[in-house]
Design a protein. Structure first.
Length: 150
């Protein structure tokens, strides 16, 4: 996925079992972010930052959608535990993550693995990616503030 590309129409199934589609957000901008794993420190900080600033993001026209490889049940528990009231897509097949380009080789603690590369896609009202923020740019504790400052 590159700047200027349209996000896929079918994004996946969220923590409540709802199918989430890009067209559900027509006329709204989207913060579509991938995170490695629910209930880990960095992923929790990022999700909580976005939730804490949800109204400010909405005032700028943004809806929030998270996606990870976690199962639907894990996404539901994560959302409930931290009061996250936006869709968390359970992409257990990694189909969406691969389409987005945020599934691949990464280095963690000096070890090479295949997994989710923390990435945020800022999508315009027509479903087109306007900006991509990669793992070196994202500061999980203040991620919402980073987006709001753009």
């Amino acid at each position: 996925m590159n700047v200027g590309d349209k996000i896929p129409e079918v994004l996946g199934i969220d923590q409540h079992g709802n199918e989430i589609k890009a067209s559900d957000f027509k006329g709204r901008k989207i913060v579509l972010y991938s995170y490695p794993r629910a209930n880990t420190p960095g992923c929790t900080a990022e999700a909580c930052s976005l939730q804490a600033h949800k109204e400010e993001l909405a005032a700028q026209g943004y809806a929030i959608i998270g996606v990870s490889k976690d199962k639907q049940e894990a996404q539901a528990k994560f959302a409930e535990k931290y009061g996250l009231d936006f869709p968390l897509i359970a992409d257990t097949s990694t189909e969406l993550l691969q389409q987005l380009g945020c599934w691949g080789e990464k280095v963690a603690c000096g070890r090479r693995t295949i997994g989710i590369i923390r990435t945020t896609y800022l999508v315009n009202e027509d479903g087109v990616v306007e900006r991509i923020m990669g793992p070196k740019e994202i500061k999980t504790k203040i991620h919402a503030e980073q987006i709001l400052a753009l």
